[in-house]
Design a protein around this ligand. Structure first.
Ligand SMILES: [Zn+2]
Length: 566
């Protein structure tokens, strides 16, 4: 492919609204252009990489029995009413009406459509299991589109759905899909980890996120040398053992206008881990008191799952006063009537704890569980923090990294099949709900994640498996016949073996061409110029380690063909 003929509008500077490295480099290297906020045009260079990623995914999914198909991008409202997601999905759902005023939405995921297809076409256990997948454009009306194609309003996603006779069969297949995802991440050249995750809006009982490790990632991951890893929102915390102390008698202390744990701790010369924080939440309309240690934070994702509620928020000051009799800062677990109390694992063992007195400007010292207060439920409801010990091996300290989520797998169970009545007949002719799994990969997001993880100050460094062009040839002067002949010959030999080769045939200075070659990021560059040709040589340079050597054109070709066997 000739550079001069390709629509590859490289730029020296990134546009001012490109907010992360990948967004800057994708625009600068001519892979994408922005049409409107959150909507991008994928130019030929970007599409070449996207198609290579697609092919890796397709090969791995076909290998585990996946059947590719295509669903519409527009879904009728009626289907979404069946699952309740028409209202649950909220403002992220793009909605539209046709000329007859019938309502539709643009696909953000496709559970409803695929379950509708399955319930109309699967009758018997003999037709199960089955896995269907598609590559399809998805739409989400992000409140603040940002990070280029990473958080855009339209993106390419691979979504897959599997259907089973029971949970046991889903479990087996889930493991197979998990391994396929590991293969996909490896083949894309990622440093990644698969973490246990909270299920979020899609629902279901169990899920994993596939995270590409990058400092610019939006997600916090915790992991341990022993192999444990989790999204920090899901990460389990251990009960922290406390030193035993003799129980002292309770004392009320005057703490004028001092409400925060840190301030009271300073005032009383005690460490924050001697404190119990009491908070009032409203969970699906009902108030609930929540206790965590003074130096811990409530994990609202865990709390929601524990209480099995969909709506959870801190109660406002007025409600707090009406329930506890005290303003925020002076609440405690004492004498709370008609309200359920949930305590974190590490709360109930604190000996001689300090709590709010449920009276303005007062705290109480030397409070002990069971002697002085009781709770309804003790569970892991706190956020993981630095210095916490791994919940699996119980030895190592957890480590924290940041990641970009590129894939997500869910065991959905019967969530969708029950609400949409997708059933099959078992071997006894009895009707049963179909058990379901779903598996997504953000294909456009992989492009951005790759670049976040693999770039330097000069531009993109493509992994060999998904580079738009495996080789860029830079003829110093393409008008020089001798140079042109060698260039064309090298290009032809590489192309014949199925490699994508870019020839920078432009009438530009060598420096400009080198800069663009680094920016576009092909794994290998072959430079062909007068100086080396005198000895019959060309220069072969690796983009990743910047090493270069002079060698005969045939030797350069065979080295590259060894790296990219076809
Ligand atoms: Zn561990």
């Amino acid at each position: 492919m000739l550079f001069s003929k390709l629509l590859i509008p490289t730029l020296k500077e990134a546009p001012s609204d490109a907010d992360i490295v990948s967004a800057k480099l994708m625009v600068r290297s001519g892979m994408i252009r922005k049409l409107a906020s959150g909507f991008y045009e994928i130019l030929p260079l970007g599409l070449k990489a996207l198609r290579k990623i697609e092919n890796i995914i397709r090969q791995e999914l076909n290998a585990v029995g996946g059947q590719e198909m295509v669903l519409p991008l527009i879904f009728p409202k009626e289907l979404w009413l069946e699952t309740g997601r028409w209202s649950v999905y909220g403002k992220e759902l793009f909605r539209l009406k046709d000329r007859k005023d019938a309502e539709f939405c643009l696909a953000p995921t496709a559970e409803e459509a695929i379950v509708d297809l399955i319930r109309k076409n699967i009758r018997s256990y003999k037709q199960l299991p089955i896995m269907l997948y598609q590559f399809g454009i998805k739409f989400r009306d992000e409140i603040r589109p940002r990070f280029g194609v990473m958080r855009s309003r339209e993106f390419l996603m691979k979504d897959a759905y599997s259907f089973h006779v029971d949970e046991g069969d889903l479990d087996k297949y889930y493991k197979i899909m998990f391994d396929a995802y590991i293969n996909i991440c490896r083949r894309c050249g990622f440093k990644f980890c698969a973490v246990e995750a909270a299920s979020g809006a899609i629902g279901g009982s169990f899920s994993h996120e596939f995270m590409v490790l990058a400092n610019s990632g939006e997600e916090d991951i915790v992991w341990c040398k022993c192999g444990y890893s989790a999204n920090s929102q899901k990460a389990e915390s251990l009960k922290i053992e406390q030193l035993k102390e003799e129980f002292l008698s309770m004392t009320e202390v005057f703490t004028p206008n001092i409400g925060s744990v840190d301030d009271v701790a300073k005032f009383l010369s005690l460490s924050p881990d001697k404190f119990i924080k009491t908070m009032v939440y409203i969970a699906d309309g009902n108030p609930i008191a929540v206790l965590v240690r003074g130096d811990h934070e409530v994990n609202e994702v865990k709390l929601k799952l524990l209480l099995n509620v969909s709506d959870l928020a801190l109660a406002d000051g007025q409600i707090v006063v009406s329930i506890t009799g005290a303003p925020v800062g002076f609440m405690g677990p004492f004498g709370l009537k008609n309200i359920k109390i949930v305590a974190d694992l590490s709360v109930v063992d604190i000996p001689n704890a300090v709590v709010g007195a449920n009276k303005k400007d007062y705290h109480i010292k030397n409070v002990n569980y069971r002697r002085d207060y009781n709770v309804d439920l003790v569970a892991d409801i706190r956020r993981i923090k630095h210095d916490d010990v791994c919940p699996r091996c119980k030895q190592e300290k957890l480590r924290f990294s940041r990641g970009i989520e590129i894939g997500h797998t869910f065991k959905l169970g019967t969530k969708y099949s029950k609400s949409m009545n997708a059933v099959y007949l078992d071997s006894n002719g009895k009707e049963k709900p179909i058990v379901m799994g779903c598996y997504g990969i953000g294909v456009t997001r992989i492009l951005a994640a790759t670049i976040e993880q693999s770039h330097d100050e000069d531009g993109i460094i493509w992994p060999e498996s998904i580079a738009p062009f495996e080789v860029t040839i830079v003829p110093i002067d393409y008008a020089d016949l001798r140079i042109k002949n060698v260039t064309d010959k090298v290009c032809e030999e590489l192309s014949r073996k199925g490699l994508d080769v870019l020839i920078d045939d432009r009438d530009e200075r060598a420096g400009v061409k080198f800069k663009d070659a680094d920016l576009v990021g092909s794994p290998y560059r072959i430079t062909i110029g007068e100086k080396n040709l005198i000895n019959g040589n060309v220069e072969l340079k690796s983009r990743r380690d910047k090493s270069s050597r002079c060698l005969k054109p045939e030797a350069a070709v065979s080295e590259i063909l060894e790296i990219f066997p076809r």
